[in-house]
Design a protein around this ligand. Structure first.
Ligand code: AMP
Length: 411
């Protein structure tokens, strides 16, 4: 938990710096919230159940739909753009394996009311900053746009309503299945040309027909986003164009992106996101929304796998011991005073000898030891020791905090 908290803390600081505000929603929702717009794939993944009144409910598999429910009920009139973030557990009836759990945590954001290239660039910049703060740098961000895929499928003779199963094959990178499904309707050469998208990694490699209007606009948008992202200071060598990002859920509409940690193998995807529209679920007019969710547990695994391990548990600031037959009262008072200074203090309650006390303090990796033995009490002082440097001195009982805080300020 110490490691999880530290990682959470680092990520929260970045979200705070970008002025994202936290929201929280219930762990379970009406089943329909998730089945309405996410596509059929979601049903198999859900923990769905009836409650005692026969209502159809589900444990949330993700938080975008719940946050949008909250938005359309309560936040619609807030000034735009609205920047929201969440951090909470999700549940999917998946087959558990390394990096894939049935209960896992997602941290994510939703940006409501601005779908400009500038806004999308800031969102991607936020993604990079969050992982930089986490201490992970060996990552690859891939950016695509659904209009490019949809336009191509359209040309192959698959109109939008028939594209769902194909998009899922693309999302799973099942190229054989995809080839078969496409060849059922389109000529070989056209299918080959389509599959070349999987080898495209730069925007300028994308071949567009003169009348591919939506795809052209999508390409221009991505180009603009990447330009703005560079202006923020992003290392564009780590950002790649990938026109084959399909995303698993049906509510995505435009820009889409994924972030991988190549060191992780099969479950290497740390984050996914994009532009989406859930307004029809709430019978509301459309509103521009873009968001992402990152797998918190998987990010921790990535940190451990890539040797960027988070430091072990928090250190004790002061180990305070009485040593004495005179009772623990003076040590208790010193501990109180230090705790009032917000220090992390462990009080030795066993009145053991100085050697044992220092052993215990070393075991705990305490930064300082404060000894209030019989001789010290008589003179109204405590012996204090900086366990990192070995420096030792005596301080009046009332001044222990004042003396040790400069030691604690050292990194
Ligand atoms: P998704 O909502 O499927 O786009 O997931 C966003 C991120 O959550 C993924 O990139 C993963 O890092 C993480 N994630 C998804 N499913 C699981 C799972 N079953 N266990 C752990 N992490 C997951």
């Amino acid at each position: 938990m110490a490691k999880r908290r530290r990682l959470e803390d680092r990520m929260r600081r970045v979200l705070h710096a970008f002025n994202y505000r936290e929201v929280q929603t219930p762990t379970f929702e009406e089943l329909e919230l998730f089945t309405a717009k996410s596509g059929p794939g979601i049903r198999d993944e859900l923990y769905a159940f009836k409650d005692k009144s026969g209502r159809d409910l589900a444990l949330r598999p993700e938080l975008t739909a719940p946050v949008m429910r909250f938005y359309f009920h309560d936040l619609k009139t807030e000034a735009k753009p609205l920047r929201l973030f969440y951090f909470g557990p999700c549940f999917r009836y998946d087959r558990p394996q390394a990096g894939r759990y049935r209960e896992f945590w997602q941290l994510g954001v939703e940006l409501v009311g601005d779908a400009s290239a500038e806004a999308h660039a800031e969102l991607l910049w936020l993604v990079l900053r969050v992982f930089q703060a986490a201490g992970l740098n060996d990552l690859e961000l891939r950016v695509g746009h659904l209009a490019i895929l949809r336009n191509r499928l359209d040309r192959l003779g698959f109109p939008q309503p028939d594209q769902g199963p194909l998009m899922r094959l693309i999302d799973k990178k099942d190229l054989e299945g995809l080839r078969k499904a496409l060849e059922a309707k389109a000529p070989n050469a056209a299918v080959q040309e389509f599959l070349r998208l999987f080898e495209t990694s730069r925007v300028d490699q994308l071949r567009l027909e003169p009348d591919a209007g939506t795809a052209r606009r999508a390409r221009d948008h991505i180009e603009a986003v990447l330009n703005h992202l560079g202006a923020f200071g992003a290392d564009l060598a780590r950002v790649r164009f990938d026109p084959t990002i399909a995303r698993g859920l049906d509510y995505y509409t435009g820009l889409v992106f994924e972030l991988d940690c190549p060191a992780l193998g099969a479950q290497k995807q740390l984050l996914g996101g994009g532009e989406y529209d859930l307004s029809s679920v709430f019978e509301a007019p459309p509103v521009a929304c873009t968001g992402f969710a990152l797998g918190f547990d998987r990010t921790l695994v990535a940190l451990e796998e890539t040797a960027h391990a988070l430091p072990a548990g928090e250190r004790v600031d002061a180990y305070v011991a009485s040593l004495a037959v005179t009772g623990t009262a003076p040590a208790q008072r010193v501990a109180n005073a230090l705790r009032d200074l917000d220090l992390r203090v462990e009080l030795d309650l066993s009145a053991r000898g100085a050697k044992k006390v220092l052993q215990r303090a070393a075991q705990l990796r305490a930064r300082t030891a404060v000894l209030v033995g019989e001789r010290e009490v008589e003179r109204g002082v405590a012996a204090i020791k900086n366990l990192d440097t070995g420096e030792q001195l005596e301080a009046p009982l009332a001044e222990v905090g004042q003396r040790i805080t400069p030691w604690l300020a050292a990194p």
